[in-house]
Design a protein around this ligand. Sequence first.
Ligand SMILES: Cc1cc2nc3c(=O)[nH]c(=O)nc-3n(C[C@H](O)[C@H](O)[C@H](O)COP(=O)(O)OP(=O)(O)OC[C@H]3O[C@@H](n4cnc5c(N)ncnc54)[C@H](O)[C@@H]3O)c2cc1C
Ligand code: SF4
Length: 472
Amino acid sequence: MLWTTLVFLGFTALLVALHVRRSRPAAAAAPRARSCPRCRVVVPVGATVCPKCGVPPQVFEVVAAPVAASADAPASGRLHAAVRSDVCVGCGACVSVCPEPGAMTMQGKLAVVDPEICKGAGECVKACPVNGVFLTTGAAVQRVEVPEVNFDFESNVPGIFVVGELGGRGLIKNAINEGKLAAEAVSRRLRSGTAPAGSALVHDVVIVGSGPAGLSAALTCVDLGLRYVVLEQGEAAESIRRYPRHKLLLAEPVHMPVYGDLWVADASKETLLGIWQNVIAMAGLDIRTGQKVEDVRRESWGFHVVTPGASWPTRHVILAMGRRGSPRKAGVPGEELSKVFYEVAEMEEFAGRRVLVVGGGDSAVESALGLARQRGTTVHLSYRGESFARVKDRNRAKLEEEIAAKRVVALLRSTLLEIGQASVRLDVAGEIRTLPNDDVIVRIGGEPPTAFLDRVGVRRVVKEIAVSGAGA
Ligand SMILES: Cc1cc2nc3c(=O)[nH]c(=O)nc-3n(C[C@H](O)[C@H](O)[C@H](O)COP(=O)(O)OP(=O)(O)OC[C@H]3O[C@@H](n4cnc5c(N)ncnc54)[C@H](O)[C@@H]3O)c2cc1C
Ligand code: SF4
């Protein structure tokens, strides 16, 4: 009996041991050294930046990606959204605009798609502030239309560089790295004597935009002694100022020229703005605000960068304009207040608030619909027309439902007159009304950056990026 028990116990122990071995996750494959897609130098295992380029090799992901054989997406398979886990900053914007309940959910700080429920409406793609969502029929390939640039971020127009989000990659860290690389390339060009000669009145480089990419390019210019100027259509670091939410994430430290390592994990936008204001003051950056660049004209010696009422001669141009374009403004007193936005990425940040949306096109109606889904949000939609005749049928039908359910109040034949700290004043069909108000969202059109790129001759191509961290 004792013998039988011992054999049984021994056999059981063997089975348990085998099971444990089988269920233990397979040992992770030993990390392999990669080579930098730009300079082909081997990036040693454990290193986060290329020893030659000085930046993470991922910065070149879009540049190195192949151009798609056709501009049309493959038609086979069922279309659904997929999220890039290496890009997602967990803001939830995709979830709050998704029309299919349960198709997109947050799991901790990561958005996750259920491909069985998702119908590929694509609203999440537009809402994601960091280009982290794409539509796919199954293959883990993100298709993006981007300006064609080389590994120095120089476009097909020699002397014009495109960096940051305008180049197709979201995230503050990428913008900072790309701005730095482009300014370094300009400096190399000048030192090698291949840049066109110009008089002392001509800048070495004009930087368009003072977001993270433009600021980083400007700091690099200071570092390398280049003659530069930054032209910004709004205030310095306008894009960060206009974030509705207060939390920002920089997943890893990033090296800011002149400043050193910058790392804000879950910091407030005010913290980041504070740091940048200090950096701007410390380095004495030459940023001209309220200068909307409208054109870049080629000359034999370089370019004229054109703003209303001025022209800036330069040998090189760095376009760091982001992808939000130049929104048309309402042109009323109070528009400079920080409660005024020109797009809404994160609907849930407006939960419980009294919001006025201005505009009568699809973007205004879509903003109003998204806001109406937020808990406790009061939405007024002001439009000067008689009806929402211009919008897509689907949007009009949804808007009528929301108006009937009293989740949106439509103010037709109305004009915004003034924005105050806690109220707005409107002319509604000849009657002056004052509404209590927390936020104003102006969606009355504007110029997308693609129109600007076309005007200055920068070519765009569709690239296919193989994505390893795509969750669908
Ligand atoms: C709501 C929201 C939350 C985000 N959260 C995060 C986050 O947590 N972490 C993260 O890493 N990234 C985040 N991002 C993304 C990040 O902000 C962008 O990737 C980054 O700002 C891109 O930098 P950029 O310099 O390329 O462009 P932008 O920051 O967009 O700057 C472009 C600048 O150019 C100016 N400009 C545009 N056109 C003209 C013109 N014609 N003339 C003159 N100036 C012009 C604009 O006014 C703007 O100041 C978020 C974005 C949004 C909208
Ligand atoms: S919108 Fe983009 S960044 Fe925000 S949670 Fe969704 S995938 Fe992530």
